[in-house]
Write a protein that binds this ligand. Structure first.
Ligand code: DSN
Length: 485
């Protein structure tokens, strides 16, 4: 496969990064060294974390400038600070690109992260529903001081505050109503899951739960589900029970932008409100965004200062650059290659006897159940990392090892596809993963049972795999002109 130009970079981009590191080193050399070390680490390992990518030099450089020095609460043309004309330009262009890219009525590009985007969306749905500011009536100063009774009172004052989201162990996200996140405090949550045999979302069960639970919001979207979601069906269910359909497309926004997910699998025409991060498959800067129908626009635009700090103008500039890149025809080629690579990786693992949740993938990620190798996800993740292969452990449905040790590893292709690797390399990566996992054994804990965390791996095999991983990456350099001290 041809190299993607933005990871091979250009002499101009390399010079810009070199200069930036020199300037930083002049003030705090340890920070310049850490930034350089991060490049060295990313150059040297197979980055298969499904939520990571490599942004282009244009995206990265758009963030490193004086736009960072400006306060700009409010929205374009309606700011609480003077002197925002350039930020207005940046935010307007970013929103225009986003609307065009996704075919949305409205785009709000200020959220700093996916969690911020989701909070903005939750409050938009609530504030559209509720006239009076219930949080003020509850005299909230610090949410940490709220008791369970306070939360119950808030829920009561705000009306129907029930959320139906995908369960964590079948691939949902913490922000979809789970206790460790504020969404689990704001909402009474009920989960939908997947069919225990096929591993696919069980829409009939979802519909039954929605009819009985009558949620205010149905959240679709995932961080570890390897298949397509039918958003038309989700919307039909939401309409039937009077719920708002919110889709968190953080993981697969790049596949939507790249027109791999279309029709029933494109959330934007079907959802009332869509949230995303901008740095995963979408390949932009670290940040978030909300897309919505025009009815919700004014509520979404209150994100800052309601739940967000001042907008990061430099990051909005980088979002605009990334969206412009994603509107180019080559981004469609990239998005398709992400899926083709994930399928090649899945086939490679299956051919070698691996077990995959749902038996394969339709998107950018593969969820491997490593219990067949006699390992926990934690052991598999660590042994692979030692061998130059970066994945992350993840629960599988009904995981007996819980969310800390887990029984799975999540493996994603957006980053390596950006770097230029293709299906032949994916098959070889499957071989490396299988080799490491077969060679890894749990050590015995003090009580005589197999440890869930510790493991043994032959150092010679580990080093041979790491060497081969580096060889696979060698034709696809990351900023080759940036020499590190
Ligand atoms: N941290 C992201 C992921 O890895 O999927 C989701 O928040």
């Amino acid at each position: 496969m041809a190299q993607q130009p933005h990871t091979a970079a250009t002499p101009t981009a390399d010079a810009a990064f070199r200069s930036a590191l020199d300037v930083v080193a002049g003030v705090e050399p340890r920070i310049a060294a850490a930034i350089g070390q991060e490049l060295a680490d990313q150059r040297a390992s197979l980055k298969l974390i499904a939520s990571e990518n490599y942004a282009s030099p244009a995206v990265l450089l758009a963030m490193g400038n004086w736009l960072s020095d400006k306060y700009a609460e409010g929205t374009a043309g309606r700011r609480f600070y003077a002197g925002c004309r350039n930020v207005d330009t940046v935010e307007t262009i970013a929103a225009e690109h986003a609307r065009e890219l996704f075919g949305a009525d409205h785009a709000y590009v200020q959220p700093h992260s996916g969690i911020d985007a989701n909070l903005t969306a939750f409050w938009a749905v609530l504030s559209q529903r509720v006239e009076s500011p219930a949080l003020e009536r509850a005299e909230v100063r610090n949410v940490n001081d709220l008791t369970e009774e306070d939360w119950a009172r808030l829920r009561h004052e705000l009306g129907n505050q029930r959320m139906l989201g995908m369960s964590l162990d079948t691939g949902g996200h913490l922000t979809h109503g789970f206790r460790p996140n504020i969404s689990g405090k704001m909402f009474e949550q009920r989960s939908y899951g997947t069919d225990p045999v096929t591993g696919l979302i069980d829409y009939d069960a979802l519909r039954e739960t929605a009819r009985e639970f009558r949620p205010l919001i149905i959240v679709a979207g995932y961080s570890a589900y390897p298949r397509l979601v039918n958003f038309r069906t989700m919307r039909e269910i939401a309409d039937e029970v009077g719920a708002t359909l919110m889709v968190d497309m953080a993981h697969f926004a790049g596949l939507v932008a790249g027109k791999v997910l279309t029709g029933d699998h494109d959330p934007v025409p079907h959802a009332h409100i869509v949230t995303t991060t901008t740095h995963k498959s979408l390949r932009g800067p670290r940040g978030g965004m909300v897309l919505c129908t025009s009815e919700l626009a004014e509520h979404v635009d209150r994100g800052c200062p309601l739940v967000l700090g001042g907008p990061l103008s430099h990051v909005m500039a980088a979002k605009a650059v990334a969206f412009a890149e994603a509107r180019r025809p080559e981004f469609r080629t990239y998005a398709q290659a992400v899926v083709t690579n994930a399928q090649a990786l899945a086939e490679g693992l299956l051919r070698r006897g691996g077990t995959l949740v749902t038996g394969g993938t339709d998107n950018h990620l593969v969820l491997a159940d490593v219990s067949g190798y006699g390992l926990t996800g934690r052991q598999a993740e660590a042994a692979l990392l030692d061998s130059g292969i970066v994945t992350n452990r993840n629960s599988v449905p009904q995981d007996p090892n819980g969310a800390w040790y887990t029984s799975g590893v999540r493996i994603g292709t957006p980053a390596l596809t950006t770097r230029g690797l293709g299906v032949a390399e994916m098959d070889e990566i499957a071989e490396l993963i299988d080799t490491v996992l077969r060679a890894t054994t749990p050590t015995t804990a003090a009580n005589g049972s197999p440890s869930k965390a510790n493991y043994a791996l032959d150092p010679a095999l580990r080093d041979a795999v790491a060497k081969r991983a580096a060889e696979l990456l060698a034709p696809y350099p990351l900023y080759p002109g940036v020499a590190l001290a």
